[in-house]
Design a protein around this ligand. Structure first.
Ligand SMILES: [Zn+2]
Length: 69
């Protein structure tokens, strides 16, 4: 008599959740959309990047590329 390992015996503790950076909703850390709560929020985040909402807080200067060493 063989017994298959059962994965459904995990204790029903608190589910691990994180906060969606887009809508502040709860995100299951095991969700395929993590860290977003849904594919929609993932797209919203992508759209923010496209629109340039996420930018470097100051201009890049030529001196930034100078190697001090
Ligand atoms: Zn969300």
């Amino acid at each position: 008599m063989t017994k298959k390992p059962e994965q459904s015996e995990q204790p029903a503790g608190e589910s691990k959740t994180a906060q969606c950076p887009i809508c502040d909703g709860a995100v299951d850390v095991e969700s395929p959309n993590f860290p977003f709560c849904s594919g929609r929020c993932r797209l919203v985040d992508l759209g923010n990047w496209m629109k340039g909402d996420y930018t470097i807080s100051r201009e890049i200067k030529e001196s930034d590329f100078d190697d001090p060493a």
